[in-house]
Write a protein that binds this ligand. Structure first.
Ligand code: C2E
Ligand code: CA
Ligand code: CA
Ligand code: CA
Length: 281
Protein backbone atom coordinates (compact mmCIF):
# COMPACT_ATOMS: atom_id res chain seq x y z
CA UNK A 1 0.00 0.00 0.00
CA UNK A 2 2.89 2.26 0.84
CA UNK A 3 4.55 1.73 -2.52
CA UNK A 4 1.26 2.30 -4.28
CA UNK A 5 0.83 5.57 -2.43
CA UNK A 6 4.27 6.70 -3.46
CA UNK A 7 3.58 5.79 -7.07
CA UNK A 8 0.37 7.73 -7.03
CA UNK A 9 2.03 10.78 -5.66
CA UNK A 10 4.76 10.52 -8.26
CA UNK A 11 2.20 10.28 -11.07
CA UNK A 12 0.38 13.21 -9.59
CA UNK A 13 3.55 15.28 -9.49
CA UNK A 14 4.41 14.32 -13.08
CA UNK A 15 0.93 15.38 -14.17
CA UNK A 16 1.22 18.68 -12.46
CA UNK A 17 4.52 19.46 -14.03
CA UNK A 18 3.24 18.49 -17.48
CA UNK A 19 0.35 20.84 -16.94
CA UNK A 20 2.62 23.60 -15.77
CA UNK A 21 4.91 23.06 -18.75
CA UNK A 22 1.96 23.24 -21.14
CA UNK A 23 0.84 26.45 -19.48
CA UNK A 24 4.28 28.01 -19.70
CA UNK A 25 4.53 26.99 -23.37
CA UNK A 26 1.11 28.44 -24.11
CA UNK A 27 2.03 31.67 -22.38
CA UNK A 28 5.16 31.92 -24.50
CA UNK A 29 3.14 31.23 -27.66
CA UNK A 30 0.58 33.87 -26.72
CA UNK A 31 3.31 36.43 -26.23
CA UNK A 32 4.69 35.54 -29.65
CA UNK A 33 1.19 35.58 -31.19
CA UNK A 34 0.72 39.15 -30.05
CA UNK A 35 4.04 40.23 -31.53
CA UNK A 36 3.40 38.34 -34.78
CA UNK A 37 -0.15 39.67 -35.13
CA UNK A 38 -1.79 36.26 -35.07
CA UNK A 39 -4.90 37.50 -33.29
CA UNK A 40 -8.01 38.57 -35.13
CA UNK A 41 -11.55 39.52 -34.28
CA UNK A 42 -14.82 38.04 -35.39
CA UNK A 43 -17.97 40.10 -34.99
CA UNK A 44 -21.41 38.86 -34.06
CA UNK A 45 -24.42 41.09 -34.76
CA UNK A 46 -26.98 42.01 -32.11
CA UNK A 47 -30.50 42.41 -33.42
CA UNK A 48 -33.34 44.55 -32.07
CA UNK A 49 -36.39 42.35 -31.47
CA UNK A 50 -38.88 45.08 -32.31
CA UNK A 51 -37.42 46.37 -35.56
CA UNK A 52 -35.43 43.34 -36.69
CA UNK A 53 -32.48 45.59 -37.38
CA UNK A 54 -28.87 45.10 -36.45
CA UNK A 55 -28.19 47.57 -33.65
CA UNK A 56 -24.78 46.47 -32.50
CA UNK A 57 -22.18 43.76 -32.51
CA UNK A 58 -19.80 42.00 -30.18
CA UNK A 59 -16.11 41.63 -30.95
CA UNK A 60 -14.87 38.11 -30.21
CA UNK A 61 -11.21 37.23 -30.11
CA UNK A 62 -9.68 34.49 -32.26
CA UNK A 63 -6.17 33.20 -32.57
CA UNK A 64 -5.07 32.22 -36.05
CA UNK A 65 -2.32 29.91 -34.93
CA UNK A 66 -0.05 28.64 -37.71
CA UNK A 67 -0.46 24.90 -38.02
CA UNK A 68 -3.47 24.80 -35.66
CA UNK A 69 -6.15 26.79 -37.48
CA UNK A 70 -8.38 29.13 -35.54
CA UNK A 71 -8.11 28.66 -31.79
CA UNK A 72 -11.22 29.66 -29.78
CA UNK A 73 -10.80 32.02 -26.81
CA UNK A 74 -11.83 29.44 -24.21
CA UNK A 75 -8.54 27.67 -24.95
CA UNK A 76 -6.26 30.60 -24.23
CA UNK A 77 -8.08 33.41 -22.39
CA UNK A 78 -7.69 31.69 -18.98
CA UNK A 79 -3.89 31.54 -19.42
CA UNK A 80 -3.84 35.08 -20.80
CA UNK A 81 -5.69 36.22 -17.69
CA UNK A 82 -3.49 34.36 -15.24
CA UNK A 83 -0.28 35.53 -16.85
CA UNK A 84 -1.42 39.13 -17.17
CA UNK A 85 -1.04 38.94 -20.96
CA UNK A 86 -4.74 39.79 -21.20
CA UNK A 87 -3.71 43.39 -20.53
CA UNK A 88 -1.81 43.91 -23.81
CA UNK A 89 -4.10 41.47 -25.67
CA UNK A 90 -7.18 43.28 -24.37
CA UNK A 91 -5.74 46.59 -25.45
CA UNK A 92 -5.16 45.17 -28.93
CA UNK A 93 -8.77 43.91 -29.02
CA UNK A 94 -10.14 47.31 -28.05
CA UNK A 95 -8.01 49.13 -30.61
CA UNK A 96 -8.89 46.70 -33.41
CA UNK A 97 -12.62 46.77 -32.60
CA UNK A 98 -12.79 50.57 -32.40
CA UNK A 99 -10.76 50.99 -35.58
CA UNK A 100 -12.98 48.55 -37.48
CA UNK A 101 -16.14 50.22 -36.23
CA UNK A 102 -14.85 53.61 -37.39
CA UNK A 103 -13.98 52.10 -40.80
CA UNK A 104 -17.58 50.90 -41.18
CA UNK A 105 -18.92 54.30 -40.23
CA UNK A 106 -16.57 56.06 -42.63
CA UNK A 107 -17.74 53.69 -45.38
CA UNK A 108 -21.26 55.05 -44.90
CA UNK A 109 -22.69 51.96 -43.20
CA UNK A 110 -25.18 52.43 -40.36
CA UNK A 111 -23.51 53.50 -37.11
CA UNK A 112 -23.59 50.65 -34.65
CA UNK A 113 -22.35 50.13 -31.16
CA UNK A 114 -19.39 47.81 -30.77
CA UNK A 115 -19.29 45.67 -27.64
CA UNK A 116 -15.88 44.59 -26.34
CA UNK A 117 -15.25 42.03 -23.58
CA UNK A 118 -13.15 43.25 -20.67
CA UNK A 119 -11.40 41.03 -18.12
CA UNK A 120 -11.02 41.87 -14.45
CA UNK A 121 -7.26 42.02 -14.86
CA UNK A 122 -7.61 44.93 -17.29
CA UNK A 123 -9.12 47.06 -14.55
CA UNK A 124 -5.95 46.45 -12.62
CA UNK A 125 -4.98 47.89 -9.30
CA UNK A 126 -4.99 51.40 -10.58
CA UNK A 127 -8.13 52.37 -12.41
CA UNK A 128 -6.45 55.24 -14.17
CA UNK A 129 -4.68 52.78 -16.42
CA UNK A 130 -7.98 51.54 -17.83
CA UNK A 131 -9.55 54.94 -18.45
CA UNK A 132 -6.36 56.33 -19.98
CA UNK A 133 -6.04 53.31 -22.25
CA UNK A 134 -9.65 53.68 -23.41
CA UNK A 135 -9.21 57.43 -23.99
CA UNK A 136 -6.08 56.79 -26.00
CA UNK A 137 -7.74 54.13 -28.17
CA UNK A 138 -10.80 56.30 -28.83
CA UNK A 139 -8.58 59.20 -29.78
CA UNK A 140 -6.41 57.13 -32.12
CA UNK A 141 -9.33 55.38 -33.78
CA UNK A 142 -11.51 58.47 -33.99
CA UNK A 143 -14.52 56.48 -32.76
CA UNK A 144 -17.12 58.41 -30.77
CA UNK A 145 -17.53 56.91 -27.27
CA UNK A 146 -21.28 56.50 -27.91
CA UNK A 147 -20.38 53.67 -30.28
CA UNK A 148 -18.42 51.70 -27.72
CA UNK A 149 -19.84 49.32 -25.17
CA UNK A 150 -17.83 47.40 -22.59
CA UNK A 151 -19.01 43.96 -21.47
CA UNK A 152 -18.11 43.07 -17.91
CA UNK A 153 -18.93 39.98 -15.89
CA UNK A 154 -20.50 40.01 -12.47
CA UNK A 155 -17.37 38.57 -10.93
CA UNK A 156 -15.41 41.47 -12.35
CA UNK A 157 -17.72 44.14 -11.03
CA UNK A 158 -17.87 42.52 -7.62
CA UNK A 159 -14.16 41.82 -7.22
CA UNK A 160 -13.50 45.34 -6.01
CA UNK A 161 -16.81 47.22 -5.94
CA UNK A 162 -15.54 50.63 -4.81
CA UNK A 163 -12.79 50.75 -7.38
CA UNK A 164 -15.00 49.35 -10.12
CA UNK A 165 -17.80 51.83 -9.42
CA UNK A 166 -15.33 54.68 -9.69
CA UNK A 167 -13.89 53.50 -13.03
CA UNK A 168 -17.29 52.69 -14.49
CA UNK A 169 -18.57 56.17 -13.66
CA UNK A 170 -15.57 57.70 -15.37
CA UNK A 171 -16.11 55.58 -18.48
CA UNK A 172 -19.83 56.34 -18.41
CA UNK A 173 -19.08 60.09 -18.20
CA UNK A 174 -17.39 59.78 -21.57
CA UNK A 175 -20.52 58.32 -23.14
CA UNK A 176 -19.41 54.68 -23.19
CA UNK A 177 -22.07 52.03 -22.48
CA UNK A 178 -21.64 49.31 -19.91
CA UNK A 179 -23.25 45.88 -20.07
CA UNK A 180 -23.25 42.97 -17.65
CA UNK A 181 -22.27 39.79 -19.49
CA UNK A 182 -23.48 36.27 -18.63
CA UNK A 183 -26.03 37.80 -16.30
CA UNK A 184 -27.31 35.39 -13.70
CA UNK A 185 -24.29 33.10 -13.64
CA UNK A 186 -22.05 35.05 -11.29
CA UNK A 187 -22.25 36.75 -7.97
CA UNK A 188 -25.65 36.42 -6.34
CA UNK A 189 -26.04 39.90 -4.86
CA UNK A 190 -27.90 42.31 -7.10
CA UNK A 191 -27.02 45.38 -5.10
CA UNK A 192 -24.38 46.41 -7.62
CA UNK A 193 -27.12 47.07 -10.17
CA UNK A 194 -28.10 50.25 -8.37
CA UNK A 195 -24.59 51.43 -7.57
CA UNK A 196 -22.99 50.97 -10.96
CA UNK A 197 -23.88 52.88 -14.11
CA UNK A 198 -25.06 49.87 -16.10
CA UNK A 199 -26.98 50.14 -19.38
CA UNK A 200 -27.64 46.58 -20.37
CA UNK A 201 -28.01 43.03 -19.08
CA UNK A 202 -27.02 40.10 -21.26
CA UNK A 203 -28.91 36.95 -20.32
CA UNK A 204 -26.52 34.03 -20.39
CA UNK A 205 -26.91 31.36 -23.05
CA UNK A 206 -27.40 28.68 -20.38
CA UNK A 207 -30.81 30.18 -19.49
CA UNK A 208 -31.85 30.68 -23.10
CA UNK A 209 -31.10 27.18 -24.35
CA UNK A 210 -34.15 25.40 -22.86
CA UNK A 211 -36.34 28.44 -22.50
CA UNK A 212 -39.26 26.99 -24.48
CA UNK A 213 -39.49 23.70 -22.56
CA UNK A 214 -38.00 24.31 -19.12
CA UNK A 215 -40.27 26.26 -16.79
CA UNK A 216 -37.46 27.22 -14.44
CA UNK A 217 -35.34 28.71 -17.23
CA UNK A 218 -38.39 30.53 -18.60
CA UNK A 219 -39.13 31.93 -15.13
CA UNK A 220 -35.53 33.13 -14.73
CA UNK A 221 -35.51 34.79 -18.12
CA UNK A 222 -38.86 36.49 -17.49
CA UNK A 223 -37.61 37.71 -14.11
CA UNK A 224 -34.40 39.13 -15.63
CA UNK A 225 -36.39 40.96 -18.30
CA UNK A 226 -38.72 42.54 -15.72
CA UNK A 227 -35.87 43.35 -13.37
CA UNK A 228 -33.88 44.95 -16.17
CA UNK A 229 -36.80 46.97 -17.44
CA UNK A 230 -37.81 48.20 -14.02
CA UNK A 231 -34.25 49.47 -13.60
CA UNK A 232 -34.40 51.07 -17.06
CA UNK A 233 -31.86 48.69 -18.50
CA UNK A 234 -31.82 47.12 -21.93
CA UNK A 235 -32.05 43.33 -21.87
CA UNK A 236 -30.47 41.18 -24.54
CA UNK A 237 -30.42 37.40 -24.78
CA UNK A 238 -27.35 35.56 -26.00
CA UNK A 239 -27.12 32.14 -27.63
CA UNK A 240 -30.46 32.34 -29.48
CA UNK A 241 -30.47 29.43 -31.92
CA UNK A 242 -34.13 28.75 -32.79
CA UNK A 243 -37.14 30.74 -33.98
CA UNK A 244 -39.07 29.35 -30.99
CA UNK A 245 -36.57 30.99 -28.64
CA UNK A 246 -36.75 34.21 -30.63
CA UNK A 247 -40.56 34.29 -30.55
CA UNK A 248 -40.63 33.54 -26.84
CA UNK A 249 -38.17 36.33 -26.08
CA UNK A 250 -40.00 38.78 -28.31
CA UNK A 251 -43.28 37.96 -26.57
CA UNK A 252 -41.71 38.52 -23.18
CA UNK A 253 -40.46 41.92 -24.23
CA UNK A 254 -36.74 41.20 -24.44
CA UNK A 255 -35.05 44.05 -26.32
CA UNK A 256 -32.51 42.22 -28.39
CA UNK A 257 -30.90 38.95 -29.31
CA UNK A 258 -27.53 37.65 -30.29
CA UNK A 259 -27.07 34.11 -31.53
CA UNK A 260 -26.47 31.60 -34.29
CA UNK A 261 -30.10 31.89 -35.44
CA UNK A 262 -29.35 35.25 -36.86
CA UNK A 263 -25.62 34.95 -37.38
CA UNK A 264 -22.47 33.32 -36.12
CA UNK A 265 -19.55 35.56 -35.28
CA UNK A 266 -17.82 36.38 -38.57
CA UNK A 267 -14.81 38.17 -40.00
CA UNK A 268 -15.13 41.90 -40.68
CA UNK A 269 -15.40 41.42 -44.42
CA UNK A 270 -18.41 39.11 -44.09
CA UNK A 271 -20.15 41.52 -41.73
CA UNK A 272 -19.52 44.34 -44.17
CA UNK A 273 -21.57 42.40 -46.76
CA UNK A 274 -24.34 41.88 -44.25
CA UNK A 275 -24.43 45.52 -43.15
CA UNK A 276 -24.96 46.55 -46.76
CA UNK A 277 -28.31 44.74 -46.79
CA UNK A 278 -31.17 46.74 -45.39
CA UNK A 279 -32.99 44.46 -43.01
CA UNK A 280 -31.96 41.13 -41.53
CA UNK A 281 -35.49 39.73 -40.96
P1 C2E B 1 -19.10 35.50 -24.21
O1 C2E B 1 -18.63 36.87 -23.97
O2 C2E B 1 -20.27 35.02 -23.43
O3 C2E B 1 -19.37 35.41 -25.78
C1 C2E B 1 -20.41 34.71 -26.37
C2 C2E B 1 -19.94 33.35 -26.84
O4 C2E B 1 -21.07 32.59 -27.28
C3 C2E B 1 -19.01 33.42 -28.06
O5 C2E B 1 -18.10 32.34 -27.96
C4 C2E B 1 -19.97 33.19 -29.21
O6 C2E B 1 -19.35 32.68 -30.37
C5 C2E B 1 -20.90 32.18 -28.61
N1 C2E B 1 -22.22 32.18 -29.22
C6 C2E B 1 -22.89 33.22 -29.75
N2 C2E B 1 -24.10 32.85 -30.20
C7 C2E B 1 -24.20 31.54 -29.93
C8 C2E B 1 -25.24 30.55 -30.15
O7 C2E B 1 -26.31 30.84 -30.68
N3 C2E B 1 -24.97 29.29 -29.72
C9 C2E B 1 -23.80 28.94 -29.14
N4 C2E B 1 -23.65 27.66 -28.77
N5 C2E B 1 -22.82 29.84 -28.91
C10 C2E B 1 -23.02 31.11 -29.30
P2 C2E B 1 -16.55 32.56 -28.21
O8 C2E B 1 -16.35 33.53 -29.31
O9 C2E B 1 -15.93 31.21 -28.31
O10 C2E B 1 -16.07 33.26 -26.88
C11 C2E B 1 -16.10 32.57 -25.64
C12 C2E B 1 -15.78 33.49 -24.50
O11 C2E B 1 -14.43 33.97 -24.57
C13 C2E B 1 -16.64 34.75 -24.48
O12 C2E B 1 -17.91 34.45 -23.97
C14 C2E B 1 -15.80 35.64 -23.59
O13 C2E B 1 -16.01 35.34 -22.25
C15 C2E B 1 -14.39 35.24 -23.99
N6 C2E B 1 -13.85 36.23 -24.93
C16 C2E B 1 -14.00 36.29 -26.29
N7 C2E B 1 -13.33 37.35 -26.80
C17 C2E B 1 -12.76 37.99 -25.74
C18 C2E B 1 -11.96 39.18 -25.60
O14 C2E B 1 -11.64 39.89 -26.58
N8 C2E B 1 -11.56 39.49 -24.34
C19 C2E B 1 -11.91 38.75 -23.26
N9 C2E B 1 -11.49 39.14 -22.05
N10 C2E B 1 -12.68 37.66 -23.34
C20 C2E B 1 -13.10 37.28 -24.57
CA1 CA C 1 -19.42 38.85 -24.02
CA1 CA D 1 -21.92 36.49 -22.72
CA1 CA E 1 -21.99 33.38 -21.98
Amino acid sequence: AKREGRNQSRIYTADMSTQTQARVALEKNLRRALAKREFLLHYQPQVDLQTGQIVGMEALLRWQRPGFGIVPPAEFIPVAEESGLIIPIGEWVLREACTQNKLWQDAGLPSLRMAVNISARQFGLNGRFMTEMVDQVLKESGLMPEYLELELTESLVMANPEQTAHILHRLKDRGISISVDDFGTGYSSLSYLKRFPIDKLKIDRSFVRDITHDDADAAIVNAVISLGHSLNLQVIAEGVETTEQLEYLRQEGCDGIQGYLFSRPMPAIALTQMLRKVRPF
